[in-house]
Design a protein around this ligand. Structure first.
Ligand code: MG
Length: 172
């Protein structure tokens, strides 16, 4: 059995992952509207990844005999003027998610819940990757400035991103 404290914290994290999914879907729709279908593709894949993160927590909570309780998902912004603005928001958001994962990790230690702490290791590593990806894309966009050709290739490149089921979910 899982402690009520950990159960509540995981339910809150499920909500946070679904909010992230909704945020990235909104970014995707913003870029579909602006005709940047590659950038839109990148965010639509990010949307799927965040849904997968929520599902990993859902499956884990169920495996511990817990109860998943789904709460309302807050509204998300809908407009970003350009890719740099969206990836800057992405990095800031991922830094917040990292803090949430770290707080959950600390709670698991406080509650002596080592199974939960172990489950979180994958998320700790995943957050390093999420932040690094956003940071690299921001650096590249800053370098490009308003070079249309460079932005065109950037959009093409992001259009080639494909969705891979995250390992903890694929293993299920
Ligand atoms: Mg996530």
């Amino acid at each position: 059995m899982i402690s009520p404290k950990i159960q509540d914290a995981i339910n809150a994290q499920i909500n946070a992952e679904l909010w992230s999914a909704y945020l990235y879907l909104s970014m995707g729709m913003n870029f579909e509207d602006k005709g940047l279908s590659g950038v839109a593709n990148w965010f639509r894949i990010q949307f799927k990844e965040e849904q997968a993160h929520a599902e990993i927590f859902i499956n884990y909570l169920l495996s511990r005999g817990g109860r998943v309780v789904l709460k309302a998902i807050d509204a998300v912004p809908t407009e970003w003027p350009d890719s740099l603005a969206a990836f800057t928001d992405t990095l800031a958001h991922e830094e917040k998610v990292t803090a949430l994962i770290n707080a959950l990790y600390a709670l698991a230690e406080e509650e002596h819940d080592y199974a939960t702490r172990g489950k979180l290791d994958w998320f700790v590593a995943e957050q390093v990757e999420e932040e690094e990806n956003a940071r690299q894309l921001i650096d590249r966009l800053k370098m490009m400035g308003d070079n249309t050709m460079a932005l065109y290739s950037f959009d093409q490149e992001l259009g080639a991103r494909v969705y891979n089921v995250p390992a903890p979910l694929a293993a299920k």
